[in-house]
Design a protein around this ligand. Structure first.
Ligand code: NAI
Length: 325
């Protein structure tokens, strides 16, 4: 198949592109013509230390194959560092078209034992880091009336994983951030989507076995059917979805996408049909809620609001269907 998805002339920032998923995105974008900013602090999978070699090796590999790339070694977990990544992109290549927020590490612990240090470091790199890079990138994209953002979420946040309360809180926050960037970006040709990748990487190797103490969670893990996953929980299986989402061909925005073992799927935040209390200014009682809790929890009709205000329309539709309006 010929490469119809191309990035010639496009400038892509990829944070944490020295290893794992980010490295593969960088190599593949460069192969298809993008000028790439390879950001990586170069620390361990637990976010300890720093080294220039991670970013340098990826830049070298891109240049050796005839591509264009520069390295940036700043930590994105500070406003200065995030700003410097974008500044380097502008100085080297004059603009920013694509921003893939990918950098991160793990510090897992049981919820009740997570320390301030474990909480701050994880919120700092995943949530604040994405904020610090994306704000100046958004400024640059707005000038061109074009931009593509990816925020990297996780099934750990959207679906749940024991011993990752700090990580899931950060990754869940990125869902909200991506929604708002998508809504505000819609005025300027900028799209934003959140990716939930799945890959055996050095990050995955940071998982400790402590969560084995939670019986229901272990049951879900041990009883899962991994039949479709053999040899497919790998980094390269995630990259095609990312490349499509950041391409000109893709105008989809405000979405959450899961990539798992070669299955690519939109993940949706939906509200059930629910139960609408009788019209009028008298609120229902807690007993009314208890009496209708099955309907509140299990309505057959689901609606996916794309803004806060969409939900009001869904409420009116539900009220009409239920004969209270
Ligand atoms: P990785 O450890 O191979 O790569 C992450 C890179 O981010 C590393 O090269 C690291 O040096 C860099 N980094 C860490 N802190 C940084 C900072 N402050 N500034 C700049 N760079 C920094 O991990 P992997 O698996 O490739 O993960 C990439 C992203 O995907 C992460 O956000 C991770 O949370 C997310 N993710 C990964 C999953 C997986 O199954 N591997 C599942 C769900 C999400």
């Amino acid at each position: 198949m010929t490469d119809t998805i191309r990035f010639d002339g496009r400038v892509a920032i990829i944070t944490g592109a020295g290893n794992g998923l980010g490295k593969d995105y960088a190599l593949e974008l460069a192969k298809r013509g993008a000028k790439v900013v390879v950001n990586d602090l170069g620390g361990s999978g637990a976010g300890i230390g720093a080294s220039r070699s991670a970013a340098d090796l990826v830049v070298e590999e891109i240049r050796d194959s005839g591509g264009e790339a520069i390295a940036n070694y700043d930590s994105i977990a500070t406003r200065e560092g995030g700003g410097k990544v974008v500044q380097d992109a502008l100085e080297a290549f004059g603009t920013v078209d694509i921003c893939i927020n990918n950098a991160g590490f793990l510090r897992n612990n049981r919820f009740e034992d997570i320390t301030d240090e474990e909480l701050d470091a994880i919120l700092g790199v995943h949530l604040k880091g994405a904020f610090y890079v994306s704000q100046p990138a958004f400024h640059a994209m707005r000038k061109n009336n074009y931009g593509r953002f990816i925020f990297t979420g996780s099934a750990s946040a959207m679906f749940g994983h024991a011993w990752q309360a700090n990580y899931a809180a950060a990754k869940g926050g990125l869902m909200g951030l991506s929604h708002i960037v998508a809504i505000e970006g819609s005025a300027y040709g900028i799209t934003s989507n959140l990716l939930m990748p799945t890959a055996q990487s050095r990050l995955a190797n940071q998982m400790t076995e402590g969560f084995m103490e939670i019986p229901e969670f272990v049951k879900s893990m041990s009883e899962a059917d991994y039949a479709a996953s053999t040899d497919r929980v790998t980094v390269p299986f995630n990259t095609p979805l990312v490349l499509y989402l950041v391409s000109e061909a893709c105008t989809a925005t405000h979405g959450l996408y899961s990539s798992n073992s070669g299955r690519y799927a939109r993940v949706r935040i939906c509200a059930a049909e629910g139960w609408v209390a009788p019209m009028g200014s008298t609120p229902p009682s807690p007993e009314d809620i208890a009496a209708n809790f099955d309907r509140i929890s299990n309505g057959a009709v689901y609606h996916e609001p794309m803004t806060v205000y969409d939900e009001f329309t869904a409420v009116a539709a539900a009220a009409k269907r239920q004969g209270v309006l």
